[in-house]
Write a protein that binds this ligand. Sequence first.
Ligand SMILES: NC(=O)c1ccc[n+]([C@@H]2O[C@H](COP(=O)([O-])OP(=O)(O)OC[C@H]3O[C@@H](n4cnc5c(N)ncnc54)[C@H](OP(=O)(O)O)[C@@H]3O)[C@@H](O)[C@H]2O)c1
Length: 285
Amino acid sequence: MSIILITGASSGIGAELAKIAAQAGHSIAICARRLDKLQAIQQEIVNAGGTCLAMQVDVSKPDQAKACVEQTITHFGGLDILVNNAGRGNLASVEDTTPEQLQSIFGVNVFSLWYMTAPALKHMKEKGSGHIINIASVAGTMGFPFNSAYVSAKHAVMGFTASLRAELAGSHIHATAVCPDGVITEWAAVTEGGPIGNLFMAGIKESRSIAKEQGLSLAPLASMLSAKDAAQIIYEASIQPPTHDVYTHAGTHERAISVAQNRSEAEKSMMALYLGMQKAYGQQS
Ligand SMILES: NC(=O)c1ccc[n+]([C@@H]2O[C@H](COP(=O)([O-])OP(=O)(O)OC[C@H]3O[C@@H](n4cnc5c(N)ncnc54)[C@H](OP(=O)(O)O)[C@@H]3O)[C@@H](O)[C@H]2O)c1
């Protein structure tokens, strides 16, 4: 059985992953900023016979992140798997994105990876094994409009994971990026600058008439997953380190490959959605 630390586990994918992993008998440490939510999840896990440490942590703060990793190791006597799951999106055109929003989005989605991973690696290198899982997104593989800070941050998660894997090559410490598409959680409603979920929905609606008028095809969008289903896939990938990054939704790995092979063709297939979202963004601002 493993000792697993999950960031951003007060809701959504992180909370479901904590429950699934605890149910399987692993020792779980969870962190986020909302302590009341964390404590409710901790209680649920303990009531079901599991073991859970809950810590109030802002992962974008280096001292808090380091203390969280160290507290986990002290409490359980080690750390086997770190899941860097905490993340937040944004809603703003490039010119409307403020320096504060950039700092905040990169703080939680990107800078936290170094703050959490460095102290975890120190321990994993001493014991000679471990697994770092970074929750990226399909937004880490291609562009989406009006959340460029988030999209850029998730591309950075992919770069961080690839670099980490290169640094750890030949060791027994693994690094995996996970790229979910849409998952039903709070995420799309709590994005900084306004709910990006509403803009996507309005953009999809607009894209139908735009596609008809301009003879474009509709964007190839994956079906949404429940947080529980996404967490189950991530759990399986964390326990058995895969040989490749993980795409949780059907069709999204193929789409990432097609973006890598011919970005302009892949972007053309999204054109109706991009134009629909432009129209919707113009209407809301
Ligand atoms: N939902 C999707 O469609 C989707 C798609 C692709 C990728 N993802 C990624 O999946 C991950 C999980 O998101 P989710 O969908 O489960 O959304 P969620 O329910 O909003 O969960 C995000 C978690 O991150 C935590 N968090 C945010 N800022 C934090 C900070 N500064 N320090 C510590 N924790 C922080 C939140 O807790 P507190 O507010 O309590 O701190 C919450 O527990 C994120 O990285 C997200 O970008 C989601």
